[in-house]
Design a protein around this ligand. Structure first.
Ligand code: 6PG
Length: 241
């Protein structure tokens, strides 16, 4: 399915459009099959989108029927500034009337990390069954083309069976140790939305959307779900297209 690409003036406009898409997807899913499973992204970019969704500015969301999951997590406590859960909790989770049992936090404090990955995978499989597993997967994009915590050249990127595995970010990227959904899991999405802002992402966006260069496709280019793919970009991220 050809991806839908939309470009917005700035992060504010990008975030508002993303919030509207999430809210509409939630209403559609709940009216069609009684619930909405939303896989959240980490990083900085989605903060404003989460705030818009929490304020209902993107449209109403049937929170009692929403399930929140995470596409990846850093192996830090949930109170750590680097925690993706903490960021989503501050901007969204604590502000909306979602049942606590519907918030499926990654147990990143569990040791060893492989046990945490297997525990999270079991909880996902229990919640969703088989394909298509997730109604909406929100993803970011790194300047190196990574998404979730699937980095170029990582063994996590090449996983073909498990839904969740431990993963390491490259040297110098902190927090380095992570847990990530794999391509088989991400590709079980009815709808994938990439939310990308900033000039530092333009080369990766061009490589993915502007006609792939020779060589191995970037990790984000390998997300090919059963459903629709949306690329929501600001002008800086779309600058090389
Ligand atoms: C994470 C994210 C990661 C992020 C990109 C972009 O845990 O960091 O899952 O994939 O989306 O690195 O991050 P920014 O939005 O901060 O640029």
């Amino acid at each position: 399915m050809t991806p839908t690409v939309e470009v917005f003036d700035d992060l504010e406009a990008l975030s508002f459009a993303g919030a509207r898409l999430v809210a509409a997807s939630a209403r559609d899913a709940v009216s069609a099959w009684g619930r909405f499973t939303w896989v959240l992204s980490g990083g900085r970019t989605p903060r404003r989108l989460y705030e818009y969704v929490a304020q209902g500015l993107g449209g109403t969301v049937p929170w009692p029927f929403v399930h929140l999951l995470w596409g990846d997590e850093r192996i830090v406590p949930p109170t750590d500034p680097g925690s993706n859960y903490r960021m989503a909790d501050e901007t969204l989770v604590r502000k909306v009337a979602i049942p606590a049992v519907n918030v499926h936090r990654v147990p990143a404090e569990m040791r060893p990390p492989d046990a945490a990955a297997r525990a999270y995978e079991a909880s996902l499989r229990e919640l969703t069954g088989d394909a298509p597993a997730f109604d909406l997967v929100l993803l970011g994009l790194g300047a190196d083309g990574h998404t979730a915590s699937l980095f170029p050249g990582s063994t996590a990127l090449e996983e073909t069976a498990r839904w969740v595995v431990p993963s390491n970010a490259p040297e110098g990227v902190t927090p380095r140790r992570r847990l990530s959904l794999t391509l088989p899991a991400l590709n079980l999405a009815r709808r994938v939305v990439f939310l990308v802002s900033g000039a530092e992402k333009a080369r990766a966006v061009k490589a993915i959307l502007g006609g792939a260069p020779p060589g191995a496709p970037l990790p984000a280019a390998r997300v090919k779900p059963v459903g629709q793919v949306f690329w929501l970009l600001d002008r800086l991220a779309a600058g090389a297209l």
